[in-house]
Design a protein around this ligand. Sequence first.
Ligand SMILES: [Zn+2]
Length: 272
Amino acid sequence: MPELPEVETIVRGLQKKLLGLHIEDLQVLRPKILEQTDIGQLKRYLPGQNITRVERRGKYIIIGFESGCILTTHLRMSGCYVLFNTPQALTPYTRLCFNLSQHKQLQYQDKRALGHIRLYRPGERITALEDLGVEPLGDTFSAEYLMCRLKRHKRAIKPLLLDQKIIAGIGNIYASEILFAARISPVRRSNELKQAEVKRLFHSTFDILSQAIISRGTHISDYVDSAGKPGNFSEFLRVYSLEGEACRRCGVKILRIVQQQRSSFYCPGCQK
Ligand SMILES: [Zn+2]
């Protein structure tokens, strides 16, 4: 599942190439991916409008148009945007295809078709983004903010890191890796973490996500960036998907447990 680093990588790739182009026409191959939006609205509001913004918020991709229309995309399990310099044949997984100016083409591909795309008209409240918590690489995220939020909850720290209303963008891979880097067990209750641990958690969050962006994301399942290339962070994974392997820090075997129906990977030797 694409998380903050993968979405950021896609957005950076699209930013370089999409700004200033406009949609000439579009084809919706799987209407189910449209959320509270119909094909007629896309065809009425988007063609002819220059693309003025491509941004990320949490795990959402935001594409803005000169008219003030905004398209939000959540990639969910297997969505990706792939940009082509010339029109290409559609794949079995192409769910939406934008033919752009300068003969470029943007395909939204999604093997499992669980992603969703929504159009917001000018001035409309962007409800998808309203409930999102802090950006973990943004200026408002700090050890103090984290301390304050963690104190309010008795939940285990790992599921809490996945809560998009508290911190936006972290998913299952990076939550496990961040907790390993911070040497904190995923089962610890968030309100019982000591100040020094919260500081480590804050720094680990920043370090892991930044490093993953530099590596252009993790190559896991179907993820590719906007140029169709996989990410390189897999070599930096220390616990995620490594059940039974020896911890590189202390040699103890890595465990997998299930928390709220999601796998958590951790080292019982050095994560306390
Ligand atoms: Zn260890």
